[in-house]
Design a protein around this ligand. Structure first.
Ligand code: 4AZ
Length: 247
């Protein structure tokens, strides 16, 4: 999660934005968050635990071979010793059949865990709602993840971070100023970022992919892509067609 202090950016040298960190999530207060690891054991993507054996993430996370999923994680460094953490191997993977890496449409991927995880105070399932709302312009939503907190360092965060982002109209997001015309924001996607000029920039970044976009307590999307990170006019893009009937 990148959160840039705009005041620092103005005062900083060379016009570089300095990331001063976001809001650390209270330990285990987002108990449905999944952390996905590649074959080298490095954390690479986020996800949501839908049920005892299913994790929803982004199809483009397939760029790394996802081998292990950890649930109930607070900090990455403690995730191997933390008694709240339940780790599972990935038994099967189902990429959305209509995922297109060029257009980024249907950036959804389901992982079936090798063995069920158990619900505890630190680990909960978050099934998708039957009807997932298309969040309206101006809705304040929450994003969360262990992704990059400093665009210059580009390392994953040890802490699980969260930030509030505001939904931006598709028409606006499709303007050249907001997108670089490389991608079309379709009805299957939604943009969200920082619209208030006086607020610090909040954004998702590399490593946050697959994590949830929560609006009014309902998961409406997952972190998918963006043109870089922490740029006010290049908001994050989320995949929102998440009904499992689409798989
Ligand atoms: C990524 O690389 C990524 N600022 C995720 C979100 C955003 C950019 C990149 C949005 O996974």
């Amino acid at each position: 999660m990148t959160i840039v202090d705009r005041r620092n950016a103005v005062a900083g040298t060379c016009g570089e934005a300095e990331i001063i960190g976001g809001k650390k999530v209270k330990a285990h207060s987002l108990p449905h968050m999944a952390l996905l690891y590649n074959s080298k054991g490095d954390p690479v993507c986020g996800g949501t635990l839908l049920s005892p054996t299913w994790v929803l993430t982004a199809a483009h996370c397939i760029q790394s071979m996802i081998c292990t999923v950890r649930l109930g994680v607070d900090t990455v460094n403690n995730s191997k010793t933390d008694g709240f953490v339940q780790a599972r191997k990935v038994a099967r993977q189902y990429q959305h059949p209509c995922y297109n890496a060029d257009t980024k449409i249907h950036d959804l991927w389901l992982l079936k865990l090798s063995q069920a995880v158990e619900e505890t105070m630190a680990l909960k399932y978050l099934p998708l709602a039957n009807t997932i709302p298309d969040p309206k312009e101006g809705t304040i939503c929450m994003v969360a993840g262990w992704g990059v907190v400093n665009v210059h360092i580009k390392a994953m965060s040890d802490d699980l971070m969260s930030a509030d982002v505001t939904v931006i109209k598709r028409e606006t997001c499709n303007l050249t100023k907001y997108n670089n015309t490389k991608y079309t924001i379709t009805s299957d996607m939604v943009c969200a970022g920082t619209v208030d000029e006086n607020q610090d920039v909040r954004d998702t970044c590399q490593g946050d992919s697959g994590g949830p976009l929560m609006c009014n307590g309902v998961q409406v999307g997952i972190t998918s892509f963006g043109i870089g990170c922490a740029n006010r006019t290049k908001p994050g893009v989320f995949c929102i067609k998440m009904c499992l009937k689409h798989f």
